[in-house]
Design a protein around this ligand. Sequence first.
Ligand SMILES: CC(C)(COP(=O)(O)OP(=O)(O)OC[C@H]1O[C@@H](n2cnc3c(N)ncnc32)[C@H](O)[C@@H]1OP(=O)(O)O)[C@@H](O)C(=O)NCCC(=O)NCCS
Length: 186
Amino acid sequence: MAGPAAGPGAPHGGHTAPASGPALRGAHVVLRRVTDADVPALEEILRQPEVKRWWMRDTWDRVDEEGSVTYAILVDGAVVGCIAYAEETDPDYRHAGVDLFVSTHHQGRGVGSDALRTLLAHLIDDRGHHRVIIDPAVDNERAIHVYEKLGFRRVGVLRRYERAADGQWRDGLLMELLAEEFVREP
Ligand SMILES: CC(C)(COP(=O)(O)OP(=O)(O)OC[C@H]1O[C@@H](n2cnc3c(N)ncnc32)[C@H](O)[C@@H]1OP(=O)(O)O)[C@@H](O)C(=O)NCCC(=O)NCCS
């Protein structure tokens, strides 16, 4: 999907994280807050067919979408993707929603798993979340595999949830991770 803040059960209350912050370090990736200078590289990635197929949007309107916190995924200092989260701030429903994409050239090398694992550790350990959600297209098997590997479980199908590039509504899969289910080590 195109951004972590959309969808039922997804955060809508705005984020409370600082506008900038320290980079997050994974086993191989570094997550650094996105800046305007990253936009050309990110738009180039978004235009790649295998990314656009699942993300849909191929332009970057704002560095941080309203209410979300966005990181560039860096490998050896180069921008190879993007990962973002948004938080529901109502204390009675507090949780985070996440989403990510990785350049076609870097897919299948563990980058997405490392980036998501790194962000989940931050959300659980530093920001105190007990529950995180994600909502891939129901037939995005690679993404679902990665999310289940890290401990996400399938909640249910979101029928005709998002509009694909061909203009057709397609189903999404709501997935959730409770903090104690997080698979921290590869
Ligand atoms: C989904 C995505 C973020 C995953 O990142 P990645 O760097 O490619 O993922 P990794 O290399 O860490 O892991 C890929 C895993 O998927 C598996 N995989 C690859 N193709 C698969 C398929 N068709 N079905 C099931 N699993 C598949 C790989 O074997 C690997 O699993 P393993 O670690 O158990 O061996 C990335 O592929 C991507 O950006 N895709 C396009 C945009 C997108 O779909 N974003 C997600 C929106 S919810």
